[in-house]
Each structure stands twice: as C-alpha cells, then as structure tokens.
Design a protein around this ligand. Structure first.
Ligand SMILES: Nc1ncnc2c1ncn2[C@@H]1O[C@H](COP(=O)(O)OP(=O)(O)OP(=O)(O)O)[C@@H](O)[C@H]1O
Ligand SMILES: [Mg+2]
Length: 412
C-alpha cells in the first residue's frame, strides 16, 4: 500500500499520510472528490447535456486541483515507486517523440493514449493526454490520481505519474504490452490467434481479484463503476490489470447500502437497478463483471448493433439461454473451435448468470466470485486429454458447489 503527500487545504503545508484504516484527511479528500458526479452514460442519451454541466463544474474542479497542490505533493525524482511522480510537459513530449502518430495506442473518453519511453527511469510507459474539448474532465483526472496513488495491487494498473502544467493534463501509466482485452476479444487483427480457454479464465480471475481489492481491501472501499473489456489491460503472459479509475466512487460506509449518484458508466455494462435508480452499490460492479465474463465466454460484445435485434444486448440474449444446459454449447465463442472443458463451461456460465441477475442482492459478493474463479482458472484445460476435471477435484471446491447449487436452485 503506498503513501501519498497531500495538503489539507491550499494554505496548509503537507502532512505525510499513509493508507491505513483511519479516516485521514487524505481519505476525506478522496471521499469529497468522489462523492459528486456529473456525467451520464457514455454513448447514452443524456451525454450531451451532461457535457455542458461538466464544463461548468470544471471551474470548481480546477480550484480543487489547485488546492490539492498535486505538483508539490508527489515525488519529483522518480526514485520512490510508491509515489506518483510529477512530469513536465516537455518531458512527456520528449518521451513520445512529440506525440508522434506512430506512438498512438488508442483513444477513449479522456483523450488520446501514446506509447512513450522515459529516459530517466529507462521505462516504457503509456501516456494519456486529456482532450481539453473532450467529455471527461479534471474530476476524472484528480480521482484517477488519488485512487491509484492509494491503491497498490498486482491486478490494478500502476500510475507512474502525471503532468498538470498550465492547461495540460496527462497521466503516465506502466505500459501494458498486450493492450486491452477489447483488442483481443473484439478487435482481433487477421491472422492473430484468439484467446484460448485457459487464458480467458486467467484474465477473468485476475480482473476479479483487482475488483476484490477495490471493494474489500481499500479504505475507504471503492466502487469502480467502469468495468469493461477496454479497461482490462494485459501485460506479459496475459496478466490482467484494471485501469481507468476516473469514475470510481467511494462506496457506502457503515450500515448504508448504497450511494446515490447520477448514472455513469458505459452502456451495456451498467446494472439495470443502478441505471434506473441512480443507487450505486458494490453489486453494480458485480453486474458489469458478469457482462465482461460473458463476453470472455461467448466472444460476443456487450452491445452489438450488427446482430439481429434479439441478440444485440448480450445479457438479454443470454438470460433465457441460461435456463437450459442444452443451450450452453451454443453460447460458447465459436473461435474456441470446441476447445474448452464442458464442465468448466457450465461452471463459468453459472457464475456469469449469478453476476448478471436482475436483483442486485441475488448477485454474489466479489469474494465469492474470486474463490470460484481462482478454482476455475486453476483447472487447466488440456485439449489432448479427454477428461479435464476429475469429480474429486470438483468436490474439493465448496464455493463452486455453492455457486452452481444456488444457480440451479434459482431455476436456471
Ligand atoms: N497502460 C496502457 N498500456 C498500453 N496500452 C494502453 C494503456 N492504457 C490505454 N491503452 C490503450 O489505449 C486505448 C484507449 O484507452 P482509454 O482508456 O483511453 O479508452 P477506452 O478504455 O477505450 O475508453 P474509456 O475512455 O471509456 O475508458 C486502450 O484500448 C488501450 O489499447
Ligand atoms: Mg479505458
């Protein structure tokens, strides 16, 4: 767990704070910054009006950033890897050959992403440049820095630093050499091999562990709110890490069950209860996780407008299919070419079905999902062997039994 320097307000000098269980002013600052939200569903109908609101709020947010005095509070020498470093714009321009087009990695709501190389630490990085005319703003920038500075887990992407010079806002991350899960599932270039079953289960288990860290280990706990394939980045050996914490929000504390917000997230991944009521719970993330897991199993997109109307929404298509195991073999990604364990597929679909249940309280807690997926990913499928999981192994996994039993009990 990292530590971070910050000011109580613009006039006070900094105080060193650690990420312990106490309610430090650092945590309060994170809580305050994250408790308000102002944009609607990306690609959703209220998007444009939300943009106007966001612009107005940015004035206050600029002040928030100034008050945080980020540039004074972080490591400038780059030696202490626990701290986010502050970079000058010139350093980041040099790292990307002046944001050369051949360094361009992709673009999202925040802005363009470039591959860069930092001479001083001899390190490849990904540099995200805030689009000053874009739909996301300084709030996302600040929340991203604060969340990732507090968080440290092998399944969360590492924030190396940032630049907040004049109008410019850039974020510097560890470079994830295999790109995003979206690239591998839905944007596979011709001739590239699709992900195999074992790799898919490994990615799901790692992403679930990252989410478990946010929900159960962080103080205060954090609701991620933007879990989707493009935010799961892959490193060497397809090691998955969650990225993009600009929408993250401090979860309900004490006996509260939800936090009330304006609805944010990405269409197709957003839990129906959250979309309808604006009440955000940890179970909203579980729903989004279920959608991602379904994408991994089926190879289909959360929303695919190129398909027949009844198949455009992945969850709406899958829900009736969950009811009969005889459908399961039709649900699996055809790109796997039959190379998957039948029992493993049943279990994976049972877990996915639990996660995307309509009623949030019927969805499992992330700790149960992690237990089930750790087990599932440990059962390596070998296409050369006919029996892939012994019954004894199955019996040893209580959680898997419970999840499958619950699923069957619920009439699926
Ligand atoms: N740390 C990184 N290492 C390598 N590639 C990255 C990294 N971060 C982002 N990318 C690439 O840049 C692309 C754009 O990322 P970005 O997070 O800005 O947008 P997005 O996830 O597609 O959309 P959204 O803004 O909704 O999150 C990603 O799909 C990925 O290919
Ligand atoms: Mg992203």
């Amino acid at each position: 767990m990292g530590c971070f320097w910050c000011t109580g307000n613009s006039r006070q000098r900094s105080k060193k704070l650690t990420n312990k269980n106490d309610d430090s002013s650092y945590q309060r600052k994170l809580h305050d910054l994250m408790k308000d939200s102002s944009v609607a569903l990306k690609k959703g109908s209220a998007y444009e009006s939300a943009k106007k609101e966001e612009v107005a709020k940015n004035d206050q947010l600029s002040l928030d950033v100034k008050n945080l005095n980020l540039n004074d509070e972080v490591s400038k020498d780059g030696k202490d890897s626990k701290l986010a470093q502050s970079f000058t714009f010139a350093e980041l321009a040099a790292a990307t050959g002046n944001f050369r087009s051949d360094c361009f990695l992709g673009e999202g709501g925040f802005g363009k992403v470039y591959k860069g190389f930092l001479e001083k630490t001899n390190q490849d990085v990904a540099i995200k440049q805030l689009d000053l005319n874009g739909l996301q703003g300084i709030r996302e920038f600040v929340v991203e820095i604060l969340t990732l500075s507090m968080a440290k887990h092998p399944n969360l992407v590492k924030l190396i630093g940032f630049c907040a010079e004049d109008e410019q806002r850039l974020l510097v991350y560890e470079y994830m050499s295999l790109g995003s899960l979206e690239n591998h599932l839905h944007e596979l270039p011709p001739g590239r091999k699709p992900l195999d079953w074992n790799t898919r289960m490994k990615i799901a288990a790692g992403a679930a562990r990252g989410l478990e860290y946010l929900h159960d280990k962080m103080k205060p706990p954090v609701i991620y709110r933007d879990l989707k394939c493009s935010n799961i980045l892959l490193g060497e050996g397809y090691h998955p890490k969650l990225s993009d914490f600009g929408l993250a929000k401090v979860g309900p504390i004490g006996d509260k069950t939800h936090v009330s917000t304006r609805v944010m997230g990405t269409y197709g991944y957003c839990a129906p209860d959250y979309a309808m009521t604006g009440q955000l719970t940890f179970k909203s993330d579980i729903y989004s996780f279920g959608v991602v897991f379904l994408e991994l199993i089926t190879g289909r997109k959360a929303i695919d407008n190129t398909r027949d109307h009844s198949e455009q929404n992945l969850v709406a298509w899958a829900r009736p299919m969950f009811k009969d195991r005889r459908n399961f073999s039709q649900m699996v990604d055809p790109l796997l070419q039959g190379q998957y364990p039948v029992r493993g597929l049943y279990q994976a679909l049972a877990i996915a079905a639990m996660c995307v249940q309509e009623q949030p309280n019927m969805r499992p807690a992330i700790s149960d999902v992690v237990l089930a997926l750790n087990y599932l990913s440990s059962q390596k499928y070998d296409p050369n062997k006919s029996v892939h999981t012994s019954r004894r192994n199955m019996a040893s996994s209580a959680v898997n039994r419970n999840i499958v039993a619950d699923h069957e009990h619920n009439g699926h």
